[in-house]
Write a protein that binds this ligand. Structure first.
Ligand code: ADP
Ligand code: MG
Ligand code: ZN
Length: 475
């Protein structure tokens, strides 16, 4: 029986601000040494007072604008009261009635997934149970780290769609620079609410990879289906995801709605925003992934899949564009004469296939200017493609320009026919059998001969020229 699955997502993201949400402590939630970024505010000492981190507010508003939300003219924080040992105050400062952003949407494959709200709260500390036999220990480095929560309407209808939505959001966060949103590092955590045929919904907590988002939802849909098929009842509960068993498991049955006794935080002033302030933040947003994708499609004659990858790996896409502007400048100055589209395509391919071998992120010594030159030299046959890889490696390590490297490593490709003729003649003389085979129409024999001549030339010959010469001399 076909059943309708309904899915709503709740996504938490640690913001990449310099300091914590309500104090001056450095925000470094991954810090190894415990309890070094703490103060009276984030450890809830009596009499301490919170102060709002403006950078965190601005980050959330940028997210709201990027996902088409209405930004609140007036917003405030509230206390969410509950007891847990990693929560020093006995309440979390969060938002309830008046979140910063509401009523947005994000398009996935042409379908709008509505976003109910985006709000700001503080992260909790961390409990460590495996450090001591008798006690659990608590590390407050993460307590008070700015945490953004984004909640969707139940518009998602499949596990794949949930995964794509989460991935697109992550990319937007990275483009906005508000969080690295690395799921493995716990900087982004996904919770999925799932129901079938508008029945009881089940919540799966703390999914920490895109793969587990997809797998856990698929598993849960199947599990609920089986229960309904055998006329059973779905329990209203919170479940976890066991990545080893690839199963969800019951964590807590929700008998009644939890009562957090929310009330406005008396120690913080309400926030108000003017249209000008919001507009200014909107103007500070640089190009978002979708816009980049569309622009690349308009501007460059490269395959869609290549474009997808240049968008997903933003730093590679940035490097690609800087390379293209170098190439364009050269072409304009008359320094090079060739088909720009071909150079652009070659650049994109080299960047996507070669660069990840050396870097994923961060500093490297290679410059777009030098890289553009390497592309050009490869294109005109000044070096072979294997030579180019060797040069590229050196460029990453030393930052030298390619012609210097080609010179010093003696990598210049030989394309001059006269220079290559001797090598080819020797090869032809020594391989009568291969010549016979080729004359009988065996193409691989030609490849063999080119390989032999290549070796004879100490890997410096241009293989296209070698093939051409061999064919000519056999006749
Ligand atoms: P609760 O009050 O139980 O927290 P909410 O209405 O606040 O439920 O919604 C929490 C999340 O659950 C949201 O992401 C929402 O989209 C999702 N959700 C709401 N109703 C359903 C449903 N019937 N099936 C799946 N998800 C749902
Ligand atoms: Mg919630
Ligand atoms: Zn602090």
């Amino acid at each position: 029986m076909k059943r309708q699955s309904t899915i709503g997502l709740e996504i938490h993201v640690e913001l990449k601000t310099r300091t914590k949400m309500f104090c001056d402590c450095l925000s470094e939630p991954l810090k190894k040494e415990p309890n070094i970024n703490i103060c009276p505010v984030c450890t809830a000492q009596p009499g301490s007072l919170p102060v709002i981190n403006k950078e965190a507010i601005e980050s959330v508003i940028k997210v709201g604008l990027a996902v088409n939300c209405r930004i609140a003219e007036k917003s405030w924080f509230e206390r969410k009261n509950y007891f847990y040992p990693d929560l020093p105050k006995g309440y979390q400062i969060s938002q309830y009635e008046a979140p910063l952003c509401r009523d947005g949407y994000l398009e996935i494959d042409g379908k709008k997934i509505r976003i109910r709200r985006v709000h700001l709260e503080e992260d909790t500390g961390k409990l460590l149970h495996d450090q001591d036999d008798k006690y659990s220990l608590v590390d407050f480095n993460r307590a008070g780290v700015p945490l953004m929560e984004l909640v969707t309407e139940p518009d998602v209808t499949s596990a794949v769609e949930a995964r794509k939505f989460s991935q697109e959001l992550q990319l937007i966060f990275k483009y906005l620079g508000i969080s690295d949103a690395d799921m493995e590092k716990g900087q982004m955590r996904v919770e999925a609410n799932i129901s079938l045929d508008m029945g009881t919904k089940v919540e799966i907590k703390n999914l920490n990879s895109f793969r587990s988002v997809e797998r856990a939802i698929d598993y849960e849909i199947d599990r609920q289906k089986e229960i309904l098929e055998s006329k059973g009842q779905i329990a209203h509960e919170t479940r976890g995801w066991n990545d080893n068993k690839q199963q969800t498991f019951s964590q807590r049955v929700k008998e009644e709605a939890e009562d957090y006794r929310y009330f406005p935080e008396p120690d913080l002033p309400p926030l108000t925003f003017s249209a000008e302030e919001i507009e200014k933040l909107g103007n500070a947003i640089s190009e978002l992934p979708n816009a980049r994708k569309e622009r690349f499609k308009r501007e460059y004659k490269i395959p869609d899949l290549t474009i997808e990858n240049l968008v997903i790996f933003k730093n590679l896409g940035d490097f690609f564009e800087r390379t293209v502007s170098e190439l364009k400048a050269w072409l304009k100055s008359g320094k090079i004469k060739t088909d720009l589209d071909k150079l652009i395509k070659l650049s994109a391919n080299y960047i996507l296939t070669e660069f990840p071998k050396y870097i994923y992120e961060g500093e490297t010594k290679i410059t777009p200017e030098n890289f553009a030159e390497l592309i050009y030299l490869t294109f005109i046959g000044e070096i072979s493609s294997s030579g180019a890889q060797e040069v590229l490696r050196e460029m990453f390590l030393s930052g030298k320009d390619p012609s210097q490297i080609i010179e010093s490593k003696n990598l210049k490709q030989v394309s001059n026919e006269e220079e290559l003729e001797i090598a080819v003649e020797t090869i032809i003389k020594n391989n009568p059998q291969a010549i016979e085979d080729y004359k009988k129409g065996k193409e691989t024999a030609l490849q063999f001969l080119v390989g032999q001549a290549m070796r004879e030339s100490k890997s410096k010959a241009n293989p296209q020229i070698l093939a051409k010469l061999i064919k000519k001399l056999i006749k």
